[in-house]
Design a protein around this ligand. Structure first.
Ligand code: KET
Length: 464
């Protein structure tokens, strides 16, 4: 079954070909055939010439026959499945995206205002420099590190605008692959589903450190510390700046200090993924305190930022990679190499989201309003968290302690439900969630808390 035919105009048949194959002028390689130039041209076959090699493609079969179907993405695939469900009670708690109490997407008022300003200004659509919009890079580093952080004044920070959090992490991964060959990245167990994909695709070796303890439904601090200690010296330790995804469990300030001690002792490099600044506590400064503490110790730090969640700019793909270096010279060189990585990957980043961030952060009135809106969003999530806990506690007569729901912070709750129980949540109750047991409280309303509590209690007690 020759599904496609490749004609090599100048190829000489190799000695290993059978005379039958040579006389037919055709070598069948599973679903692909090589066809040599002696074969007469078939009028039903299209020929494409690429210099000396011409490709002959049968019009009814694909050259991509050998490509298998990829599985749906464990997080974004949930939204696709949700869309395909017509049940009236369906609930999408998969992706971490903020919804209103009416479960509608939310565009922040400050974003609308910044959009209006941009429209009035009539900004052009010229290419940005490879490193992104200068005004954005300035404010994003200030937002992360604090405007008066000495490392900013001393020009020790290499900041490059990235394609949101994911793209910024991917740039850092490429930098590690290129300049720290063989260095490992340690990621928490569990972590955001895409971390492993990012490092796999960048060919950066990774392993996991203990983080979540199912027995206490809390942080396995001892395990975390000993795994970081045991990692080869000079490893990159990936840390969630705040609102750990998926567990919603963050180290305490004292624990952060101890984590920094071990990282410093082992000459590791802290690598922050901070995708929820402002969403954990409602305060941008408080949520960046982990990153700032490492920097204050004089450590070199890598930090990927995202404005998907805190400014609701999901589709604008706006974020940044920051590398805090011990000298301005090192920062300049790191920045030049990040640009070198970005150029052949996507050339330069999109401008609109960068302008929105620069306008909101750079304008004191808009900045104040943004903080208020963020507090409102964080507050709404705290309210549904409380209501979900109340519903679970009052409905479940088994005596199970559901207080972990209240202890977790950020957009998510890590329910501890196993895969079969998660399947029950979706198949029976039409509650869409990731199979690691995570639910996005940002997609939950007060009105749906009781229904969700019924679904969780049923899945927890009746499915093993
Ligand atoms: N880091 C973490 C920890 C994270 O949860 C996300 C997104 C990102 C980075 C990247 O977001 P970006 O939009 O590239 O800035 N998390 C949600 C969406 C997703 O999986 O892409 C989620 O966990 O649902």
């Amino acid at each position: 079954m020759a599904s496609s035919v490749l004609s090599l105009a100048s190829a000489t048949p190799s000695a290993s070909l059978s005379s039958h194959e040579i006389s037919k002028g055709k070598l069948n390689l599973g679903s692909t055939s090589l066809c040599f130039s002696k074969e007469k041209t078939n009028p039903f076959i299209k020929t494409k010439s690429f210099g000396r090699v011409s490709m002959v493609v049968a019009s009814n079969v694909s050259r991509f026959e050998g490509i298998t179907m990829a599985p749906p993405d464990p997080i974004l695939g949930v939204s696709e499945a949700f869309k395909a469900d017509n049940h009236e009670l369906k609930l999408n708690l998969g992706v971490g995206a903020y919804r209103t109490e009416e479960l509608q997407p939310y565009v922040l008022n400050v974003v609308k205002k910044a959009d209006q300003l941009l429209l009035e200004k009539g900004e052009n659509r010229e290419y940005l420099p490879i490193e992104g919009l200068a005004a954005f890079n300035k404010v994003t580093a200030e937002l992360l590190l604090g405007a008066d952080n000495p490392v900013i004044k001393q020009q020790k920070v290499a900041t490059v605008q990235g394609l949101s959090g994911t793209g910024s992490l991917r740039l850092a991964a490429a930098l590690i692959e290129r300049y720290f060959p063989g260095a490992k990245v340690l990621i928490s167990s569990p972590t955001w589903g895409n971390h492993k994909n990012i490092f796999n695709d960048a060919r950066v070796p990774w392993s996991e450190y203990r983080y979540y303890d199912p027995k206490t439904v809390g942080l396995d601090f001892e395990g975390m510390i000993s795994d970081i200690k045991a990692a080869p010296e000079g490893s990159f330790i990936l840390l969630h700046g705040c609102a750990h995804n998926p567990t919603g469990i963050d180290p305490t300030p004292e624990q952060w200090e101890k984590i920094a001690d071990v990282i410093q002792e082992k000459n590791h490099i802290p690598f922050f993924d901070i995708a929820y600044q402002g969403f954990a506590s409602g305060s941008l400064d408080a949520d960046a305190s982990s990153v700032r503490m490492f920097v204050a110790r004089g450590m070199e730090v890598v930090a990927a930022q995202s404005y998907s969640k805190n400014l609701g700019l999901y589709a604008e793909r706006i974020g940044a990679i920051n590398v805090v270096c011990s000298s301005p010279d090192a920062a300049a060189r790191v920045k030049s190499q990040l640009k070198r990585i970005a150029r052949p990957m996507y050339s330069n980043p999109p401008v609109h989201g960068a302008r929105i961030v620069a306008n909101v952060v750079g304008d004191p009135t808009l900045f104040k309003e943004w903080n208020e809106e963020m507090e409102m969003m964080a507050g709404r999530i705290k309210n549904v968290r409380q209501k979900l806990y109340d519903s679970l506690s009052s409905k479940d007569k088994s005596g199970k302690d559901w207080s972990f729901v209240l202890k977790q912070i950020g957009m998510f709750s890590f329910t501890g439900l196993n895969k079969a129980q998660c399947d029950n949540m979706t198949n029976k109750w039409h509650v869409y969630m990731t199979k690691d047991g995570r639910i996005s409280l940002a997609g939950l309303s007060l009105a749906k808390c009781e229904y969700l509590a019924d679904a969780i209690i049923d899945s927890y007690h009746n499915v093993s």
